[in-house]
Design a protein around this ligand. Sequence first.
Ligand code: AKG
Ligand code: FE2
Length: 337
Amino acid sequence: MSLASQAKDVTFDSIPIVDLGNLDKVALAREVRTACIEVGFFYVKNHGIPGQIVSNVTSSIARYFALPSETKMKLHHKTTPNFKGYSPLLDANIDPTNNGDNHEGYELGWEALTPPNGNSLDEKRLNDGEMSGANVWPSEADWGTPEEAKRFREDMLAYYHEAVRVGRHLFPLFALALELEERYFDDKTRNSAAIMRALHYPPQTGPVDDRTVGIGAHTDFEFFTILWQQPGIQALQVLNASKQWVDAPSIDGTLVINLGDQFARWTNDVFKSTVHRAINRTGAERYSIPLFFGTDYDVNIEPIESCVSSDRPPKYPPVTAGDYVKQRLRDMYHSEQ
Ligand SMILES: O=C(O)CCC(=O)C(=O)O
Ligand SMILES: [Fe+2]
């Protein structure tokens, strides 16, 4: 049966959990396919990221966001050519009908933990298309000690590389879920763009203006997102086909995977890029870490053959992944960058 004929809109009431430890690849791919067609979101367990790396990055993030606002503002993303760095509260506005997203963020991309030959602009990043370019890091003076500065960079990059490893593991699984050859995405993900954002959502208690939520209703722009969310704090919600918000709670030991608009374009919307938002009404600080995983930016996104039929003609014109993401980022920040 073609994938095009399997497309459907489902009023799901929970998000499925997929066990990456399952050695039966065919069964695993089937589970992923169902989750992608019906929900566009799933949790993964047994992803292999060591707990210590996760706890290090989360404590580093909390320390970073506790720095004085003037210090964080020195690395405002508008001072960089590629959106890296800090974005303050209400700076981004992902839902144009809203007043701004009530979170602050810090964004980084690919960087070797130990730069080869002392050169931080290594070959991989130079090849990474128009969104490439150096990360920016708070200085030793910003942190107060060289150890703190070093620790922050190491904790962030250690998690980054682990999450990228999980992402690389998922591409063949997605290929199988699409009934393609397992290696289908290999030549499209040689220098995969992977942008990580550390996010801080201050608590919003009392009456909350619906137009100033943590992050407004949106779909992600990239291929898929790997999201770590802080345990014990409910904030993320996912919209089902009947326009009901379904909670996506943090589940210990799991990561959330959600498909982005690039994936929806590859699959002519057979696989869903589902609307979601986050509101932190818990009274406690919330941190989360999405990592947006893409194909190489020079790859042209065109629908996979089996996702197109006479009943389901192509919905989107072809576009390169890089052009697409850059335009979406400009829209989000109302930027001319
Ligand atoms: O913080 C979250 O749980 C969601 C973040 C998100 O959806 C995004 O950054 O695109
Ligand atoms: Fe998102």
